[in-house]
Design a binder for this molecule. Structure first.
Ligand code: ZN
Length: 255
């Protein structure tokens, strides 16, 4: 009886948590509400760490290898190692375009994103995309690969118009703690338009802690706050949201 009750607790897939970028005691975190995790790399060394961590957590975890747009300028020196890691990884990323910080030139960012997209096409692996203030160019680049492999738009923040456009590309929209912020009015409206089979959840640990934990370092267990917000916006129960987001992530991973 007790077991049956425990099984009814909704579980979550954290599709984007950088546990390798934290100082957490990883055996000490609370994973009870987590079905599994995806740990993306942001460069060679963090991708290797993601791989190592993924095998020694008390919860199932997948890992991704990639080069973040901030470090796109390092593509040439990291390319060979990235190719090997990408070959081995469960997913590719995170990569993408970030025109908010512009830590690498736009040209370097385009080259870097294209490199990852070509690998995703070749290996038929899912890719994790960071898109900040770069909707138009991200859309154009992704359009060239439409339907070739699963695409996760991580920490989606687009308003109505861009959400509608990207829905046409049949990508997945991963919602982070940003969804819980009072200021995220456009995002809350646009999320109502996203098809149920395209919704995902993430924390982006250690960044973007949900509203009630704001100011703290984020951790996977905080995902439930974003889940509550998303369930209420979509007018479904937490259990329904749990079931469908697990199913969506399983589909991406070919499970
Ligand atoms: Zn990230």
């Amino acid at each position: 009886m007790k077991e049956a009750l425990i099984n009814q607790e909704p579980k979550w897939v954290d599709t984007h948590c950088h546990l390798q970028l934290t100082d957490y005691d990883l055996t000490d975190l609370d994973y009870a509400s987590l079905e599994y995790l995806i740990i993306p790399g942001v460069d060679v060394s963090s991708s290797i760490k993601a791989k190592n961590i993924s095998t020694r957590l008390p919860v199932k975890a997948y890992w991704a290898a990639g080069l973040h747009p901030h470090d796109a300028k390092n593509l040439h020196e990291q390319k060979d190692e990235l190719l090997n890691l990408i070959q081995e990884a469960d997913l590719i990323g995170e990569t993408g375009l970030d025109y908010y910080r512009d830590h690498s030139t736009r040209e370097e960012q385009h080259e870097n994103l294209t490199f990852h997209l070509e690998q995703a096409k070749k290996l038929r692996k899912p890719i994790i995309i960071h898109c900040r203030d770069s909707f138009k160019d991200t859309f154009e680049l992704l359009s060239k690969y439409e339907g070739e492999f699963p695409v996760i738009l991580h920490s989606w923040t687009g308003g109505n118009n861009w959400t509608k456009k990207f829905i046409e590309l049949d990508v997945y929209f991963s919602l982070s703690g940003i969804l819980t912020y009072e200021t995220a009015k456009d995002l809350k409206l646009s999320v109502k338009k996203i098809p149920m089979n395209r919704l995902l959840l993430e924390t982006d640990t250690p960044y973007l802690a949900p509203g009630i934990h704001k100011g703290q370092l984020n951790k996977p267990e905080f995902i439930v706050e974003t889940a509550k917000e998303l369930a209420s916006l979509k007018e479904i129960t937490l259990n329904e949201l749990s079931e469908l987001t697990i199913k969506n992530t399983n589909t991406i991973l070919g499970k």
